[in-house]
Design a protein. Structure first.
Length: 278
């Protein structure tokens, strides 16, 4: 059976991979790496509050909060909260050598600041989103000038363990990425929430309306993912002229409808991302 490129790269990984932070996102990445064949003996996890599952991995060779460190890690993945970055990132310098790849998934922490803290590292800054916690996320990444083609490939495989990966050359685009895909799951959850509430307002029992809204949003997302058709065409396929869907879309697509409202929301989130980074 042919092995996927991601599985082949991770199974053949022979260096040391350091993960700083094993919360929801870091833990999802760790689970994905091991599922793709990475030997736990090649992994060091730095996590002040390890879960029971993480502690169990120590029995398989994973090094959890070691007192000593190897001379140089092949890769360091920084998955801590941005609020503790100023304390944690400088401490990671002991793992970093001239050949180390550092991957940061911290929101709002720019390459410039990471380069000051880890001056010898090749650095990739990445923005995943919440569905990464179930392996269905999408991550957008940007690399600094020190990242080689081989390191970029490794970064893509490591990030690919939690979903799709896209690359941009302009770091400034990550603010808009944060607004669209980073914050985007909250918009989808709000859609399900408000759809259920609207169903109740129209007379449905609350529990039935909640189930209908959840199944409709989840099923439509799967259809969107698997269909070769673009979202506009899928929308048109559901809409009969003069029908019930057309009546609703006349409101949603009006001058004060969903499009201008969402555009304002994305701009607000983009500006806030820039403010937080500065």
């Amino acid at each position: 059976m042919m092995m996927s490129p991601a599985r082949r790269v991770l199974r053949d990984f022979s260096g040391t991979l350091v993960l700083a932070g094993a919360g929801r996102m870091g833990g999802a990445m760790l689970e994905g790496w091991i599922g793709l064949g990475l030997d736990p003996e090649n992994i060091v996890v730095l996590e002040p509050q390890p879960s029971r599952d993480l502690t169990k991995l120590s029995a398989r060779g994973l090094r959890l909060n070691p007192a000593e460190h190897a001379a140089e890690a092949s890769a360091v993945v920084i998955a801590v909260k941005p609020q503790v970055a100023s304390k944690v990132v400088p401490e990671l310098a002991r793992w970093v050598g001239p050949s180390t790849l550092a991957i940061s998934i911290m929101a709002g922490r720019r390459l410039e600041g990471l380069e000051r803290a880890l001056p010898r590292a090749a650095i990739v800054r990445a923005m995943p989103n919440l569905p990464a916690s179930i392996g269905r996320g999408i991550t957008v990444a940007v690399a600094n000038a020190r990242v080689s083609a081989r390191q970029r490939d490794l970064a893509e495989k490591l990030l690919g363990a939690i979903g799709a990966v896209e690359w941009v050359a302009d770091e400034g685009l990550l603010d808009a990425v944060t607004a669209v895909s980073g914050s985007g799951p909250a918009y989808v959850f709000l859609l399900a929430e408000t759809l259920a509430a609207a169903g109740v307002a129209a007379g449905l029992p609350a529990d039935l309306s909640a189930r209908l809204a959840r199944a409709t949003v989840a099923g439509s997302g799967t259809l969107l993912e698997t269909s070769a058709l673009d979202p506009g065409t899928l929308r048109e396929n559901v809409t009969s002229p003069g029908g019930t869907t057309a009546a609703a879309l006349e409101v949603l697509m009006g001058q004060a409808g969903l499009r201008p409202l969402l555009e304002r929301a994305i701009l607000a989130a983009t500006r806030r991302s820039r403010d937080l980074a500065s």
